[in-house]
Design a protein around this ligand. Structure first.
Ligand SMILES: [Zn+2]
Length: 291
């Protein structure tokens, strides 16, 4: 095989755009301090391939070591369990400090992430919100958080009310099979809330009607690449139907950004309508109100 053939072989059909999105609005801050150089390099490479904007979710208050370990063990993302022990700090401060040091990468916003709003988190969140944020990520998941359901529901509803008043979008990780009634009550009370339901709420059959009813709701495809590839026909129909109402998210983490391209590939390979494909991969980064 000549040099020309081997150089040409690994890429896709001629004319296919690289499956890197313009924006990835669901990335986690987890990384090890010693990976900083490699992460900065990966961000530069993705930027050169077309990635213009990232939202990086970071804890408002760093979890203590035991809590952090416990949380990692429960996560449905095995690769993230690597991010334990010394040298790991995915707090807002650590992420902001590191990302400010990255040159020639995409535009990056650090998005504060909260779950249980206990005292220290609530106080710190207040400072963070007052300083100005593009969005807030809320983990509304009883499997990951040791908190009573009623407390979590009322605390999170209160925070979403504040975000609606301030015009700050929220991304909520929840399972619609368990929390649909709660989120519907919140949306009925807060018509000005701009809400992203992460992972399509783990239920497209419940997500579709929510998108039909609430024009201020969007979904994201974070951590769904394998599902999309396993059920291309039903995902193609869903993503075509709700084009412009689904934003790109990968659930990648800074220490391993491969899911960005993985999700890009899953979307690009689906055979979506041009409108739906462009809305996911190449559109503005976040839908405007009422679009
Ligand atoms: Zn996530």
């Amino acid at each position: 095989m000549g040099a020309w053939e081997s150089a040409a072989a690994p890429s896709g059909p001629v004319g296919d755009p690289a499956p890197v999105p313009s924006a990835d609005l669901h990335v986690h801050a987890s990384m090890r301090a010693e990976e900083a150089g490699a992460v900065a390099e990966a961000l530069r490479r993705l930027h050169h391939q077309g990635l213009q904007r990232l939202w990086v979710y970071a804890h408002v208050v760093a979890l203590d070591a035991a809590d952090y370990q416990d949380r990692l063990a429960r996560l449905p993302v095995p690769a993230l369990r690597h991010y334990n022990g010394p040298g790991v700090d995915d707090s807002v401060e650590a992420a902001t400090r590191f990302l400010a040091s990255v040159s020639d990468g995409p535009e990056i916003d650090v998005v504060p992430q909260v779950d249980d709003l206990h005292g220290a988190v609530r106080e710190r969140l207040d400072d963070v919100l007052c300083a100005g944020v593009v969005a807030v990520k809320i983990v509304h998941d009883l499997d990951l958080v040791d908190q009573e359901q009623a407390v979590l529901e009322s605390d999170h509803a209160g925070l979403l009310g504040r975000l609606a008043d301030d015009g700050v979008p929220a991304i909520v990780h929840l399972d619609l099979r368990r929390s649909e009634a709660w989120v519907r009550r919140v949306l009925a009370d807060l018509p000005r809330l701009r809400l992203t339901i992460a992972h399509l709420g783990y239920s497209r059959s419940r997500m579709g009607p929510m998108l039909d009813e609430f024009q201020n709701v969007v979904g994201d495809i974070a951590n769904l690449a394998l599902h999309i590839e396993a059920k291309p026909d039903s995902y193609r129909a869903f993503l075509d139907r709700y084009a412009g109402r689904i934003v790109f998210g990968s659930d990648a983490f800074l220490g391993n950004l491969s899911a960005v391209e993985g999700h890009g590939r899953a979307v690009a390979g689906l055979g979506l309508s041009d409108h739906a494909r462009n809305a996911l991969l190449h559109s503005d980064w976040y839908p405007e109100d009422g679009r």
